[in-house]
Design a protein around this ligand. Sequence first.
Ligand SMILES: C[S@@+](CC[C@H](N)C(=O)[O-])C[C@H]1O[C@@H](n2cnc3c(N)ncnc32)[C@H](O)[C@@H]1O
Length: 292
Amino acid sequence: MNMFSDIKSGVIVDATFGGGGHTRRMLDRNGLTVVAIDRDADAAANAAELASDERFVFVRGSFGNLDQLLDAEGVQSIDGVLFDLGVSSHQLDQPMRGFSYRHPGPLDMRMGDGPLTASEIVNEWAESDLASVISRYGEERFARRIARAILAARPIADTAALAAIVREAIPAATRQTGGHPARRTFQALRIAVNDELGELERGLDAALDRLSPGGRCVVISYHSLEDRIVKQKFVAAARTCVCPPGLPICVCETVPQVTIVTKKALGPSEAEVIRNPRARSAKLRCCEKVAA
Ligand SMILES: C[S@@+](CC[C@H](N)C(=O)[O-])C[C@H]1O[C@@H](n2cnc3c(N)ncnc32)[C@H](O)[C@@H]1O
């Protein structure tokens, strides 16, 4: 379902350009200009293919700095914004990026060129901090066992070694459930390395402020931590009253910033999952800016 189909003209921000699939579909529609953002150097290289289209501009940076990035481009208000979160297939499939537990590679996991790497977390952080990251960002119930095993095995050289240590730390009887035993730990490290949840909070706040009336914010998320933030931000922005509970009448005169278009998150169609199995866990939410 195309959440931007009613937007016939104006500026759409693709905050996660990646391979540019969504941007290309937007540019197929004549009235739209796309400001595309990504913090990954490979995404910047992909964007070069579209450089001759005057309705397209690419900005290398993090969407957590959306205000600064758009100010620098002279873009004040926007008519739509898309966040297609997480890592791209391209990033996952490149062992040298260190995102995959299936292929040996360096413990990197950076989407951009920030200072923190997975190696620093795995090889230098205190056991309690490591366990806390794995528990909070991986929702991994064996986080403490995994952190203990990691400390015992230091120094850990690469993703293959880490995946094997995590696998061994998880009780054999539970290894078969929920996919690869290292999946949750790798997710946790990736989120911490890239401050993914902080980026999402800052990016959404800026995006909702910048939308013009009738403009839409669309977010595709891939795990419950992201989806929870999106849902809570949309609900907070759609609130019509913030009076303390118990007041007989509303006195706050709160004006909602948005209306929620997707009352429940939308999942992928079967055809989409067949085309792209990684879309299986995708959840799409959309809200629309209220007229001022
Ligand atoms: C799922 S992919 C997007 C795929 C894209 N929609 C396409 O059609 O090819 C996510 C992309 O978002 C980028 N990304 C993730 N977090 C980001 C952030 N905070 N700021 C900028 N780019 C980010 C990643 O580098 C990756 O290229």
